[in-house]
Design a protein around this ligand. Structure first.
Ligand code: HEC
Length: 93
């Protein structure tokens, strides 16, 4: 009987380690999908191009300009939302 608490502690520890490694594995496999980015930036190329890129604000403005030249269709509202995402998630610091 005295073994019970110790065994459950060990199980809990094991569980923590497993959950931890799975989380780490998933996060290293790429960024979580962002619907607006998938929709606006995932048509000509994979949206993972965006998830793997880090740019300064100036750099992202240049990229967006370049995508427009290549034919990206985006409303001013959507553009603002995309910038908000890029600046909060994919900023080069
Ligand atoms: C109309 C097609 C099109 C759409 C829509 C599009 N792209 Fe691109 N993108 C391209 C092409 C073509 C390339 C590769 C050619 C090149 O880099 O010269 C590219 C390359 C890129 C690159 C890698 C090259 C670089 O300059 O760093 C990034 C980052 C990028 N796109 C971001 C975006 C983002 C962010 C969006 C959504 C807001 C987007 N793209 C939507 C056409 C598009």
């Amino acid at each position: 009987m005295s073994l019970q608490p110790r065994r459950s502690t060990l199980l809990l520890l094991l569980l923590t380690v497993i959950v931890g490694s799975v989380t780490l594995l998933l996060s290293s496999c790429g960024h979580q999908k962002i619907p607006l980015i998938e929709q606006k930036c995932g048509t000509c190329h994979s949206a993972s191009v965006v998830y793997q890129t880090r740019r300064t604000e100036q750099g992202w403005r240049q990229v967006m300009h370049g995508m427009k030249i290549r034919g990206m269709e985006i409303t001013p509202e959507e553009e603002e939302q995309v910038y908000a995402i890029l600046f909060s998630e994919f900023l080069l610091e």
